[in-house]
Design a protein around this ligand. Sequence first.
Ligand code: NAD
Length: 352
Amino acid sequence: MTLDFSYQPHPIRVVFASGASAGVAQWVETLGCRRALVLTTPQQAADGEALAARLGTLAVGTFAGATMHTPVEVTERALLRAAELKADCVVSLGGGSTTGLGKAMAYRTDIPQIVIPTTYAGSEVTPILGQTENGIKTTVRGEKIVPEVVIYDPELTLGLPVAMSVTSGLNAIAHAAEGLYAPDRNPITTMMAVEGMRAFFEALPVIVKAPRDVEAREKALYGAWLCGTVLGQITMSLHHKICHTLGGSFDTPHAETHAVMLPHTIGFNAAAVPQLLAPITDIFGGTPGQGLYDFAKSVGSPLALRDFGLSQSDLDRAAEIATRNPYANPRPIDGTSIRALLQDAWSGDRPP
Ligand code: NAD
């Protein structure tokens, strides 16, 4: 083995414990802040209010307008509210959409962020912000985007619906899987990727049967931290590019799209780098594509793009968009091979 790498972790304080979110006030104060604005989606508004109540005088209000794909108009409204309330930090409670809003605010103002994740998306530990303006989704990276504090509290995930737990978990596994062959991977990201995938392999089947199993929820959230951290340190390839294309141009649901595409993109790349993807075989069995497909099926994941209403001509266009700009991928890609891959994912066939 030849070692040749560069490694730069992000300076994030990670706190992980059941019940840890009860200590959020301490982290507001540690950051030197006194006027927190709590962010949530409309669906989690009541949880946001409860969190603000727990913060007492350290909270100046809530903004329950976070939504998928981080539209710039929503960010502007949230910034206005933060300015009116003279907020000096945000506490983002929720999944990737809420985290995205806090990151979008920090990108513009450097306002400190505390994130309390309630899904497995992993955005809280990456320097990546995806946002949409006039229907176009763009991605930016930067240190200001990185949250200061992340509080992982497995208790807050006990009520994450099973279907969302499964797709969000597969979304996380996708971060780790692409980390295994990323050109800028390093021994730490590889270790985290393997440990993170194993955590989900063990936790998801239990969660499907017993959604409130505390140990399984803890393991899954631990996996989310590991897989998200991998995503935050590596260059994404084919899998993330295709999912970005499908979500950005065809409005397919984020985590579900990752779940459906994962066996196909990883199966495609396995032909080029079987050694690098061997940990997937070790964990999931079969070939990398088949192992991931069988696992996804066993936990009740959606398996076919056609279930999202995509047509054959959408697939033509998606293949064209996804191959328009070159990017790092272990196996050379071209329009024909990506179109065939999309067709398999559309049908929901088991990959070779
Ligand atoms: P989400 O944040 O959109 O959440 C989906 C729905 O589930 C929302 O209504 C939310 O309020 C609700 N929800 C969240 N947690 C819940 C819980 N514990 N119980 C009940 N309901 C709950 O979904 P997501 O998959 O976490 O995030 C997707 C978004 O995150 C996308 O926009 C994606 O682009 C982004 N993302 C970004 C990165 C990054 O590094 N920038 C990484 C992953 C995902």
